[in-house]
Design a protein around this ligand. Sequence first.
Ligand code: NAP
Length: 333
Amino acid sequence: MIYKPSSARYDTMLYNRCGNSGLMLPAMSLGLWHNFGGVDFFENGREIIRTAFDNGITHIDLANNYGPPPGSAEENFGVILKKDFTGYLRDELVISSKAGYTMWPGPYGDWGSRKYLIASLNQSLQRMQLDYVDIFYSHRPDPNTPLEETMQALHDIVKSGKALYIGLSNYHQSEAKQAIEILKKLGTPCLIHQPKYSMFERWVEDGLMDLLEENGIGCIPFSPLAQGLLTDKYLQGDIPQQSRAAKAHGALQTSAITPEVLAQITALNNLAQNRGQSLAQMALAWILKDKRVTTVLIGVSSVEQLHNNLSTLNKLNFDQEELAAIEQILKEA
Ligand SMILES: NC(=O)c1ccc[n+]([C@@H]2O[C@H](COP(=O)([O-])OP(=O)(O)OC[C@H]3O[C@@H](n4cnc5c(N)ncnc54)[C@H](OP(=O)(O)O)[C@@H]3O)[C@@H](O)[C@H]2O)c1
């Protein structure tokens, strides 16, 4: 069936300015790390992307290695773009990709050399059948490549027109600080930082968020639901068949679902219910309560999960008692 985007697509989504830049991003963005690869059901992914766009999610996040197999999420996304996002709809999308983790064999398919980043982006553009991405990230810092080389490559990529903006991912505060300074000097400011951040993983609170704010850089936290732990899916203590934890290629280990974690998510779930929300919604609202967060980067395996997560936007506020109760539960690990 021919896709016609909803004419109401901009009616309910919130859009936040990304740091001090001119770019607005939706409060919720969609990542294609899992569920969009060659091993997944193509039409399910396609329906998720259509539904996301119909609900104002204009930002889609990819990386060279998303799949499995690596590269297949970009390939599938390219097909979806060609089939569904015709005409000028490309201009209503902010598409990102990254390089930094292992992509191809040999010394040029990993980490942060100029050689790898530029070749990888060229491959990503081919797979997605695009002329440019909106944001290109260094996916992780490389301890063995001079930061100057990695940043110069990012700067040159922007100069070449193959990316409009530059981002950093998984850079801790001190690495990020140096990279931000180098990029500033080169004249290509860092737009955004993509760190892992959830109720269960809070290192960004120890300085990174302050650094981003001081430098007018946006923040897009990934794995806000701790890959599904912060939902009602594992509450019963078993591993549902289609869940990420059950999949051989899923990055969530069943060993992560300990009795302590189960006790915490049960308590958090009770709190969410008292707020009239699902646990997933409360966990996403908790990320968005920090005004330095531009957009929360979700992953979903179904349209139902996407709708559930989108409803987070109906209740974002917390009172002090609720926040204190969450802290108390998280302390009881
Ligand atoms: N920069 C990096 O290094 C990096 C690393 C990881 C991820 N990312 C980006 O961040 C994106 C999101 O990461 P993530 O997928 O780990 O995010 P997440 O939101 O923490 O986890 C997504 C998973 O949670 C479950 N889920 C989501 N909504 C649900 C709901 N309402 N009810 C029940 N279960 C729900 C689904 O699991 P099931 O599949 O079990 O249904 C879904 O696949 C990725 O796609 C990628 O773009 C970046």
